[in-house]
Structure formats: structure tokens, C-alpha cells
Design a protein around this ligand. Structure first.
Ligand code: KIV
Length: 276
């Protein structure tokens, strides 16, 4: 039985902090679930950390569906949330089609989309038709060309707009809200004003939960991890060391040995090779 939206609401009500992590394939979903992560986000960070693009913008709905389906197959208990890629929810009917594919084909339990303003009507359209929606405000990576990659809502007017947007997203029926790269006191103020769980990334410890990108916390990125991440295990370095060892052992002939090989009766081999 998977974690439900009701379970999530109960976690907020009980003051229980909520861990969320991105996952992009079945093995990562299995490992995260074994570690007790209740919320898995198949983020469109997929574009950068897995598919090698510069931004999230290149991720297609087909990419999102394929990777979300793998995460669903690799998990049993986690609530799986699929990110709607850039421009796949620009209006209500496009959003219904895209979310329908993520729920029906991939089997996710919810979708996430970025923004407020015109997106409020989109959230309402999805929620009233049975699609659970997680909102995403603050730094919204799909608008990075417009807003830059930086902490958002630093002045009073922008901070007020963010709180108003968060309230509008909640009123539209979102079941939770990601706040990315906003000042910690502002994120805590949003948390205090909304009933739904606020999941932060680079938004301080005052949120109801935290989300991080798989590669950032496991030392798997090419670049230095962002300031808001902590490396909990240098897995990238461990993989490189193991692969260096493998490469050296193939070159030296130390791998494989008999333990990794199958035997064959000499007579059978002689018979097979007669005349060849
Ligand atoms: O795509 C993603 O990984 C995200 C998280 C950073 C919240 O949206």
C-alpha cells in the first residue's frame, strides 16, 4: 500500500518532517524506498543529471513517462510524483492530456508543476478532474532564462507576491508545495500560513519537508553540488575507484578468473571443433 495524500497531510498535522528525494529509474527508487524515503519525485532535473542536457527544458513528456514508469516499477510504498515537463501544461487541455499520460501510462500518483498566475486555473482543472497536484514556487527551473538561477523573493514586494501565490496554489487544490531557493524566514512564513505541506529545497529548515536531487546528495554530479545540498555519501568517487580497478584488472588479466567462468568438458570441445 503506497503513502497517500491523507498520510502526507497527517505528517504535517503531526509536525513530522517529510523527506522527499528525486529518483529516475527502478534501482534508485528501490534504494530510496529501502532507506525509508516516503516521497519520490521524478523531477525534470532528469534532463541535466541523467540525460546530459544543460537545462530542464529539453525533457519531453515521453522522457518523463518512461522514467516515471521505471520509478513506479521500482517502488511499492512511496508516493511517486511525476514532474510535468516544460510547456506540457501551458493550458488546461494540454495539462489534462500530459497528466493523464503520467498517471495512466507511468502509474504515478501525482504530478508537479511550476508557477502560479495562469497556472492556478490549470491546477484547479487538474485537481477537479482527479489529478493530485504538487505546486512549485520560488526558483522555478523551467523559467530559468527569465528569472536566472538565484534566490527569489528577496524584497518585500516579491516576498508578498510569493505568499499570495502560495495561498492561490493551495486554494486551487494543490496537496503540497515545493519552495525552491527562497529565504528561509519567508519559507517558514509560508509554512505557517498554509495548511498543505511545504517542501523546501534551498528554503531553510523551517519547511515541513525537504527535497533534494539524488545526484547532489550522493556526490554523483559533474560539478560542485549546489550550496543548498549536502553530500551524504561520496558515491561518485566510489564508483570511479571501482571502475578504475575493473579497467586495470581487465588490462592485467586479473579479471575474469575461474570463479567468473564456466567449464566445458575437453571431449565436448574437441568434438565441436572437428574440422574447424
Ligand atoms: O526537477 C526536480 O528535481 C525538482 C526538484 C529540484 C524540486 O523540481
Amino acid at each position: 500500500m503506497r503513502i497517500t495524500l491523507r498520510d502526507l497531510a497527517a505528517m504535517k498535522a503531526a509536525g513530522e518532517r517529510i523527506p522527499m528525494l528525486t529518483a529516475y529509474d527502478a534501482p534508485s527508487a528501490r534504494m530510496a524506498e529501502r532507506a525509508g524515503v516516503p516521497l519520490l519525485l521524478v523531477g525534470d532535473s532528469l534532463g541535466m543529471v541523467v540525460l546530459g542536457h544543460e537545462t530542464t527544458l529539453a525533457v519531453t513528456l515521453d522522457d518523463a513517462v518512461r522514467h516515471a514508469a521505471a520509478v513506479v516499477r521500482g517502488s511499492q510504498r512511496a508516493l511517486v510524483i511525476g514532474d510535468l515537463p516544460f510547456l506540457t501544461y501551458a493550458d488546461e487541455s494540454t495539462a489534462l492530456h500530459s497528466a493523464g499520460r503520467l498517471l495512466r501510462e507511468a502509474g504515478v500518483q501525482a504530478v508537479k508543476l511550476e508557477g502560479a498566475g495562469p497556472m492556478v486555473a490549470v491546477i484547479e482543472a487538474l485537481v477537479t478532474r482527479g489529478v493530485p497536484v504538487m505546486g512549485h514556487l520560488g526558483f522555478t527551473p523551467q523559467s530559468s532564462h527569465q528569472i536566472g538561477v538565484r534566490v527569489q523573493a528577496r524584497d518585500a514586494a516579491a516576498a508578498r507576491r510569493l505568499v499570495e501565490d502560495a495561498l492561490a496554489v493551495e486554494r486551487a487544490g494543490a496537496f503540497a508545495l515545493v519552495l525552491e531557493l527562497v529565504p528561509a524566514p519567508l519559507a517558514a512564513a509560508v509554512r505557517d500560513r498554509l495548511r498543505i505541506p511545504i517542501i523546501g529545497i534551498g528554503a531553510g529548515a523551517g519547511c515541513d519537508g525537504q527535497v533534494q536531487v539524488w545526484h547532489d546528495i550522493l556526490g554523483l554530479g559533474e560539478d560542485k553540488p549546489p550550496r543548498h545540498a549536502r553530500v551524504f555519501g561520496e558515491i561518485g568517487a566510489a564508483i570511479t575507484a571501482a571502475l578504475t580497478d575493473y579497467t586495470a584488472q581487465v588490462r592485467s588479466g586479473a579479471f575474469p578468473t575461474e570463479a567468473q567462468s564456466s567449464k566445458m568438458d575437453d571431449a565436448v570441445l574437441r568434438e565441436a571443433l572437428v574440422g574447424l
